[in-house]
Structures are given as C-alpha cells and as structure tokens.
Write a protein that binds this ligand. Structure first.
Ligand SMILES: Nc1ncnc2c1ncn2[C@@H]1O[C@H](COP(=O)(O)OP(=O)(O)OP(=O)(O)O)[C@@H](O)[C@H]1O
Ligand SMILES: [Mg+2]
Length: 440
C-alpha cells in the first residue's frame, strides 16, 4: 500500500469516525501506528480532526440524557456515562470492569444472553437489537429500561466494541402494570357482579325460608302450639324431637352459612355499583382515628386476635389537606387493610414479631393525600403481591378468606374515588398499603 492509499484509507476512517462519534471514542493512540509514514503537516491535521472528534464524542457521550456504556465486545465495561451511574446507582469506578449481565435481572438474563449471542454472530439487523429488560440497581431497586445494544465491528466484521444505550422506563412499566391490573380487576369484577345479581334473589329466598322454618319449629308462638295440637301432639314433644335430632342446630348452621354467602354476594355486588352518593371533605387523620376505634370495637377483630396488643405509631406530615371521599367506604377500605395486617401478623407464631406494629402515615402531594399503613408482619413474595387485588385471590384457608377484601377496596379507591391503591412488600420485611385520594 503506497502513502496515498494509506492516507486515503486513514481519511476514510476519520470520516467514519466522525459519523460514529456519538457512539464511540477511538483514541489517538490507535492511529499512531497507521500515521507513522504521514508527513507532519498532514499528521497534525489528522490529529486535530481526531481531537475534535474525540471532544465531540465525549460531550455527546457524557452529557447524554440516555444512559450509555461501552465495553469490549461482550467483555467488561470500560466507559459509562453519568446517566448510566444515576439509573443504576453505582459510581463509574464501580461500573467500570463489571459485566452488564452482573446487574441484569435474573429473569431477563437468558433472553439478554441469547440476544448478545445473536449480535456477536452477526444475526442482528444493522448489528443492533433493542429490548425492554430489567436491571437490578445497587440498592436492589428493579429498573426497567428500553435497551439498545449495538456492535461496532472492524473492516473484517470482527466484533470490536459493544455500545449499550438505556432509557429508564420504570415509571411507564409501573403505570402499564397498574392499568393491566385495573382492567383485569374490572373484568373479573363485572363477571363477579353479574353472578352476584343472579345469586342474590334465590339466596335471599333460602335464608328467609330457613329463618321461617327455625321460627316454626322452635319459636314460642301460639300458632306453633295450635298446629302441634291439631296434628295430635303438643309443641313440647315436637321441640324434644327437634332437640334429639339436632335439627334446630343444623338449621342454624345452614342459616349462618347462608348469611356468609350473603356477605360474599354483597361484596361482589360492590363491583357493579359505582357510588352515586356525594363525596364530602374529610380530615384524613380523623378518618384514621375513627377507623381505628371501629377496629378496636369490631367483634371480628376481637374474636381472632387482640387488636389492642398491636402497637400503633403515627407519622403524619404537618398541614395535611382534607380529602374528598365517602367516609364509610374509605373506612371499609382501611378496615380491610387493618384486618389483613392483623391476620398476617398473627397467622404464624413463628413469624410473630416481638412487637407487632402498625405505622400510619399521612403525606400530601400535589392534588392528593397519600395514606399508608405499614405492618411488620411476614410480607409477601412477588407472586402473591401481583395477585392480591384480584377478586377471590386468597392465601387463607377456606372459610377464613374469600379474597374479596382488597379487590373491593381497590374498586372503592380507584373506581369510586379516582384514587390509587398500591402495595409494597417483601418476604420478611412487612407490608405497606398506600391509598391516594384527591385532596380538597
Ligand atoms: N398485610 C398483609 N401481609 C401479608 N399478606 C397480605 C397482607 N394483606 C393481604 N395479604 C395477602 O393478600 C391476600 C388477599 O387479601 P384480601 O383481603 O383480598 O383477601 P383475604 O384477606 O384473603 O380474604 P377476605 O378479605 O375476603 O376475608 C391475602 O389472602 C394475603 O395472602
Ligand atoms: Mg382480607
């Protein structure tokens, strides 16, 4: 290759470098060997061009709003920009030398490896691929990112550098998840409500008739005595027979099972009823206090666990505005959360904390008041957490939970009050339910 050819080839490389300077930094050193035979004046020009290109690259790379990293083919990172550090919570010194897979979410690892394998093998269009995947930040946060990985190759198509560009889409993913959750909830909810409408009337008939039968077989009323005599016996004998055959207690069991079914149907009907009652301005701290009093006097609470033994601590921000709500409905939501928390705290003596505690928090944010209840119970795994707002999802034994408490609460907060209801929980780390209601 003569000097002219060499110069032309070098010039081409500089041109292509200028084009790629958004993505790649090539150092002057790499050109030193190639430029050995070039006259000093030309060399200086080239060096200036390279320095300028390098500066532009650095500016584009470091100040980009997109997180970027460079690595050697599929090797460790050797350069990261500040946005990448911000998203992942590591310093650049910590990130440099790490492999991208070491902070990839385990559930996305295989998919990521397959994609990189295809990229290295030249199977990707334009030597790049884009995926939405999760990373684990230094503090354990899950970060969703739209990630584009491009491979820079030499003239023989041998992989040189891998450029990763990440855009944080965690907020969008959360919003999508909430929408999917809400749509799923609403469709199961409307099915449940439809069934409830059908079951409601015949069930009411069953319950009323059981009540009438109990009255007619055991009630101290003249009509019973008269009917017994007309049949050639007396009512005391009829009662003795009922007692002997335990008929009244069986009917009472049927009646109480029926009333439980009525309660379930009543909850299911809540999914179809968008409340028409007027929402009023209400002090959220008073609302919490009143609900706590209700919990303390509620028979169900006292029956299964001593709610008074749970320590309640309060963290209320100053000057919390009032919320616009239907008080009894929001009380029902808070009661559901309290009941679940108490059940979770006491469900297993082995996981019962030394000091079972509930923390009530109130905070304000533009347009909303957020009200949180945190317990120091056993928490939930990811799979359970994903499903808790679904109607009929329960982890409790039959007879103890119908799985309607949280789904009805979700409906009340999200559909009836245009609010938000979310959960934060980790196994062994307790659970926080947060409801956000429009402030006024
Ligand atoms: N504070 C909590 N800690 C741990 N798990 C919880 C907590 N709150 C709710 N859960 C989980 O969420 C599930 C659904 O709760 P939800 O209130 O909807 O139904 P349930 O309590 O099982 O039954 P129901 O409320 O109808 O009596 C529970 O079965 C439980 O697994
Ligand atoms: Mg419940």
């Amino acid at each position: 290759m003569d000097l002219n050819d060499k110069y032309a080839s070098l010039q081409n490389q500089v041109d292509s470098l200028k084009q790629k300077n958004k993505q790649l930094e090539l150092t002057l050193d790499q050109y030193k060997g190639l430029s050995a035979d070039i006259p000093d004046l030309e060399k200086e020009k080239l060096q200036n061009a390279l320095t300028e290109s390098e500066m532009k690259f650095r500016l584009a790379f470091d100040s980009s709003a997109v997180a970027k990293s460079l690595s050697f083919a599929s090797g460790p990172l050797f350069r990261v920009n500040p946005k990448m550090c911000e998203i992942l919570g590591y310093s650049s010194d910590e990130l440099i030398g790490m492999q991208a897979i070491s902070f990839t979410h385990p559930d996305d690892l295989e998919r990521s490896k397959d994609n990189v394998r295809d990229l290295m093998a030249g199977k990707c269009k334009n030597d790049a691929f884009t995926i939405e995947k999760r990373y684990i930040a230094k503090d354990g946060r899950v970060v969703w990112a739209n990630t584009t990985v491009s491979m820079l190759k030499d003239e023989n198509r041998k992989p040189l550098y891998m450029i990763v560009e990440m855009i944080d889409i965690t907020a969008r993913k959360k919003a999508e998840e909430m929408m999917i959750q809400s749509e799923k909830m609403m469709s199961i909810g409307s099915l449940a409500a439809g069934m409830a409408h059908e079951i409601n009337n015949p069930l009411a008939g069953v319950i009323q008739n059981i009540q009438v039968v109990i009255n007619r077989l055991s009630g101290d009323i003249p009509a019973n005595e008269a009917a017994a005599q007309k049949a050639g016996t007396d009512f005391t004998a009829v009662r003795a027979f009922m007692e002997e055959r335990k008929i009244i207690s069986q009917l009472e069991s049927a009646y109480s099972a029926g009333t439980r079914a009525v309660e379930i149907v009543r909850n299911m009907l809540a999914f179809s009823r968008k409340s028409t009652s007027q929402k009023l301005s209400c002090d959220p701290s008073e609302l919490l206090e009143k609900t706590l009093e209700l919990a303390h006097s509620d028979y169900d609470f006292k029956k299964d666990y001593d709610f008074k033994k749970i320590k309640i601590s309060k963290r209320y921000e100053a000057n919390i505005p009032n919320v616009l709500c239907e008080e009894t409905k929001i009380q029902q939501v808070i009661l559901n959360i309290l009941k679940n928390a108490a059940q979770a705290l006491y469900e297993n003596p082995e996981t019962l904390p030394e000091c079972p505690t509930l923390v009530f928090s109130l905070a304000s944010e533009p347009g909303y008041v957020s009200l949180s209840i945190t317990d120091n119970g056993p928490g939930m795994d990811e799979q359970t957490k994903k499903r808790i707002f679904e109607p009929f999802f329960t982890t409790k034994p039959p007879g103890q939970g119908t799985g309607l408490g949280l789904s009805v609460s979700y409906f009340i907060v999200v559909e009836d009050h245009m609010g938000e209801m979310t959960v934060d929980s980790f196994p062994g780390k307790g659970t926080t339910f947060t409801i956000k209601l429009p402030s006024c």
